[in-house]
Design a protein around this ligand. Structure first.
Ligand SMILES: *Cc1c(COP(=O)(O)O)cnc(C)c1O
Length: 375
């Protein structure tokens, strides 16, 4: 039987294998495992790709968010606004630093943070907003930045899912996702759009002082060797991972193109069914489709999943439980019903395989299997 996994990292690797293998072999030979030349090279190449002054590599995307918040010197009890519909890492670091996560709902068409809801959630304790560019398209950053400016707040973009996406401001300027707020954070987890072969992450900023502080935080709070002026963390990108990422960065736009082809194929095919509400891309952003997620109407998701699995097709639910209903994050401030859009999405959203190595025949196989079930 045909097997259709959510991602095809092996197929992708096979196309760049000679270059990757040679780069890894070189590092093994010269033993520059930590902070080797490939880290600086990748950093510089990513800075120029993103059009940003500073890229600070780190160990993973969760660390990137934590380091960003540590560098802003946020204090226990400071409020950080983020979305109720995201991967847990976003809220996790807020909680770990004893900051107060303030959740707001998302928009039903793009699943991204609702700017009007941000405005309503602001209090005198609010210090930062963390928009998440979910599934590969940008949040409404003009609106977010306007609110931040008005209330003197920091904006940290969680860009783990949208690296390479373009954002077009009302003034016509185009910027890369993650370079619009004060700080942008990303993840190089293998299945992310720019993924390495282990863990990795990075932080972006145009602010020289913030960049300097974040470089100190990722390196044990060390200003001069063995002089620690701050409590920091140990968060580095391995040289081997940096070398792999530097090779894959050259393909990132091509990878996004391949993902968009898959999304368009699904969109066109599913437009025949009223039970499948295909994803909407906002006019101000390009979409790099980290995930292909859509809303099902009157479909038994578990049965659909089982049906697909019986044909060798993987599927997933991103995300089944909203943040305010997660056991570790239960909070008397919030109850079921507070975030109706998020709660509906958690009940009805569904994700199909999307990656860079699809062929039309396999896509048609997936589409036929889905339509066979929902018709
Ligand atoms: C993947 C992801 C992260 C965390 O990245 P890791 O590298 O796995 O720590 C954070 N936020 C979002 C939205 C993500 O998808």
């Amino acid at each position: 039987m045909k097997q259709v996994p959510m991602v095809d990292l092996i197929g992708q690797y096979n196309k760049i294998k000679p270059e990757v293998d040679a780069a890894i072999a070189e590092i093994l030979t010269n033993a520059s495992y930590i902070n080797g030349p490939a880290v600086k090279k990748f950093q510089a190449n990513l800075e120029s790709y993103l059009g940003i002054k500073h890229v600070i590599p780190c160990a993973n995307g969760t660390d990137a968010l934590q380091v960003a918040m540590m560098a802003l010197n946020l204090q226990p009890g400071d409020e950080v606004i983020t979305t109720s519909f995201t991967f847990i890492a976003t809220a996790e670091v807020i909680a770990l630093l004893h900051l107060t996560p303030v959740l707001v709902d998302v928009l039903p068409d793009t699943y991204n943070i609702d700017p009007a809801a941000i405005e309503r959630a602001i209090t005198p304790k609010t210090k930062a907003i963390v928009p998440v560019h979910l599934f590969g398209q940008c949040s409404d950053m003009d609106a977010v930045m306007e609110i931040a400016k008005k209330h003197n707040l920091y904006v940290i973009e969680d860009n783990a899912q949208a690296i390479g996406a373009d954002y077009r401001s009302k003034d016509g300027s185009v910027k890369k996702a993650g370079t619009i707020g004060h700080i942008g954070c990303t993840s190089f987890f293998p299945s992310k759009n720019l993924g390495c072969y282990g863990d990795g992450g990075a932080i972006f900023t145009n602010d020289d002082a913030l960049a300097a502080q974040m470089r100190v935080v990722v390196n044990h709070g060390m200003t001069v060797r063995y002089y620690h002026d701050y409590v920091g963390v140990n968060s580095r990108l391995d040289t081997i991972q940096a070398a792999i990422l530097d090779i894959k960065l050259k393909h990132l736009d091509g990878y996004a193109e391949a993902r968009r082809f898959v999304a368009k194929f699904y969109n066109d095919a599913f437009s025949v069914s009223e039970k499948l509400i295909t994803p909407v891309t906002s006019s101000f952003t390009s979409h790099v489709f980290h995930q292909y997620a859509f809303v099902t109407k009157g479909v038994d998701r578990q049965k659909l999943m089982d049906h697909l699995q019986s044909k060798g097709i993987s599927s997933a639910i991103y995300y089944p439980v909203p943040l305010h209903e997660q056991k570790a994050y239960l909070d008397p401030r919030y109850k079921t019903g507070d975030f109706p859009v998020t709660e509906e999405l958690c009940k009805n959203i569904f994700s199909l395989p999307i990656h860079t190595e699809f062929d039309v025949e396999t896509l048609q196989y997936v589409v036929d299997a889905v339509l066979e079930f929902v018709k």
